[in-house]
Ligand binder design. Sequence first.
Ligand SMILES: *[C@@H]1O[C@H](CO)[C@@H](O)[C@H](O)[C@H]1NC(C)=O
Ligand SMILES: *[C@@H]1O[C@H](CO)[C@@H](O)[C@H](O)[C@H]1NC(C)=O
Ligand SMILES: *[C@@H]1O[C@H](CO)[C@@H](O)[C@H](O)[C@H]1NC(C)=O
Length: 170
Amino acid sequence: MHQLELLLLLSIIPLNVHSKVTLTKIVCTSKYPMMIYEKCLIERVNRSLSTITLQQKLLQPIRSVYLNLSIVHFSKGLNRVLYKFNNVDVCDFFVKRRHPVIRFLFEYIKKFSNVNHSCPFQDYIFLRNMAIKNADLIRAPIPKGEYGVMTSWKLNGIGDAEVKGFGVYD
Ligand SMILES: *[C@@H]1O[C@H](CO)[C@@H](O)[C@H](O)[C@H]1NC(C)=O
Ligand SMILES: *[C@@H]1O[C@H](CO)[C@@H](O)[C@H](O)[C@H]1NC(C)=O
Ligand SMILES: *[C@@H]1O[C@H](CO)[C@@H](O)[C@H](O)[C@H]1NC(C)=O
């Protein structure tokens, strides 16, 4: 899938009101001693609303961030990568705002986050109670099943971290 196709899927096609997305799991790992995940959790508010909270403590200013992101569909033991991009320069994104998919995601995320500027990032990066409502997520006639949003991050050129979110669409 190309960026523009993904954007169209996310933003234009009306939601099938009978479909439902349930977040099932979020996993955060950091192999970078200068960045610690203090919180990484999903909270179920009620039947139709869950929230994601992430809190990252930075023991050193983060001056460079690269991101790989992929969306994977898990079905009968087959993992199909629906969408993927590699090596997004996140610091540069905050200066130029060029990447359309990241821009779309950031427009959604920013009201739940303290990130509102470019690098360096210091002290804490957090997402607080980011609401994931059915209608926000998937508005496309895509296959039912389990999905994962896999992200891996390279911090200051040396540190590796991953955040993986899983959900079921049915
Ligand atoms: C779930 O909680 C949200 C936020 O408190 C509320 O707006 C919504 O109406 C609730 N939905 C149901 C089905 O209770
Ligand atoms: C970013 O947010 C902080 C508070 O979280 C605020 O003090 C600061 O002025 C904001 N910066 C910009 C560029 O919006
Ligand atoms: C992203 O993927 C590319 C290609 O597999 C790899 O070389 C790079 O190290 C990855 N970057 C991150 C941030 O994981």
